[in-house]
Design a binder for this molecule. Structure first.
Ligand code: GDP
Ligand code: MG
Length: 298
């Protein structure tokens, strides 16, 4: 059995989440055209290939911390880089190399630099001649181990990435049975809470989505009724945001639940029941205690 931990880094919107979803052939993490939708450090275990187990970590971008949650997330990203066997640095060829890319590479210098693979993404958006020039420039910005060019939404390109990783993986030194214990799929609870967060991101303006957290209060499957029931809370950080989420006569909340049910019906082969609450936890992104309650803990 070969095993490895792979962290995926790069500035917002370069296609990190799209790449992970492509590898898993399903939406395990949120991908969106809006930046910074990846808040949590997301660790998902890939074991579709015989003989290989790979933990992928989708990192939120490192950015200047504005609150305690940001500080916590930055420290989590660094911890994940430290334990990684490989780091994929994603570069979006449709945008210029900038300060943010440089910052990201500066952070990588502190970790095992020999294991950083440069991934040029979105090559579908650039003519070949221009691409060659970009590649030539970016590959000299760091001592990359290797580089690869892809479109994260092209499945044969995704296979190239998986091959690049598996061909570099080491034999797992421990007991294979430990690995089996370590294998963990993304839980339904986590998946559903991310799905709800995504629906809110897509339906509300900027200031709301970044201050919310989702808590799944109950997730139960009733065998006789063939029904999955989900009770959840949307946590907002200001009293004034509550009526916005709920909407006039509960209209927004109702819409969120309609979209949620439709999305879930594509995945689960059963009836879906949802019930939701909106709760205010004032300035929770600055309260370590509340962050812990909401699942942001070491
Ligand atoms: P992240 O912030 O790095 O996780 O970026 P996302 O995975 O959320 O992707 C940001 C946007 O880029 C989304 O709208 C994706 O659909 C789009 N995207 C990702 N990869 C590609 C690609 O290879 N080609 C094109 N044209 N768009 C892509
Ligand atoms: Mg992302």
């Amino acid at each position: 059995m070969k095993y490895g931990i792979v962290s995926i880094v790069g500035k917002p919107n370069v296609g990190k989440s799209t790449l992970i979803n492509g590898i898993f052939k399903k939406e395990v993490v949120i991908s969106s055209s809006k930046p910074q939708t990846t808040r949590n450090m997301i660790e998902v275990t890939y074991d579709d290939l015989d003989g290989y187990v790979i933990d992928f970590i989708d990192t939120p971008g490192l950015h200047t911390p504005k609150n305690k949650l940001d500080l916590f997330l930055n420290s989590q990203v660094k911890a994940s880089l430290k334990k990684s066997d490989f780091i994929l640095f994603i570069f979006d060829v449709s945008r210029d190399y900038d300060e943010e890319d440089a910052e990201c590479l500066k952070v990588l210098k502190d970790f095992h630099a020999e294991n950083v693979i440069l991934v040029f993404n979105k090559i579908d958006l650039k003519p070949e001649a221009e691409l060659a020039r970009i590649i030539e420039f970016v590959k000299h910005q760091f001592s990359f181990n290797d580089y690869i060019q892809i479109s994260a939404n092209n499945s044969s390109d995704i296979s190239k990435v998986v091959e690049k990783i598996t061909s570099n993986l080491k034999e797992y030194e421990g007991d294979d049975s430990d690995l089996k214990v370590m294998k963990k799929d993304i839980s339904d609870k986590f998946f559903i809470s991310e799905l709800i967060r995504k629906i809110i991101i897509n339906n509300f303006r900027q200031e709301i989505p970044y201050g919310i957290a989702i808590v799944i209060d109950e997730l139960k499957y009733d065998e006789t009724k063939k029904m999955l029931s989900i009770i959840y809370s949307i946590i907002v950080e200001k009293e004034s945001q509550k009526p916005i989420i709920i909407g006039k006569g509960g209209k927004m909340m109702k819409n969120i639940n309609i979209i949620l049910r439709n999305e879930l019906l594509k995945i689960y082969d059963c009836k879906i029941f949802t019930n939701s609450f909106v709760k205010v936890k004032r300035d929770w992104r600055n309260s370590v205690t509340q962050m812990k309650e909401l699942g942001y803990k070491k």
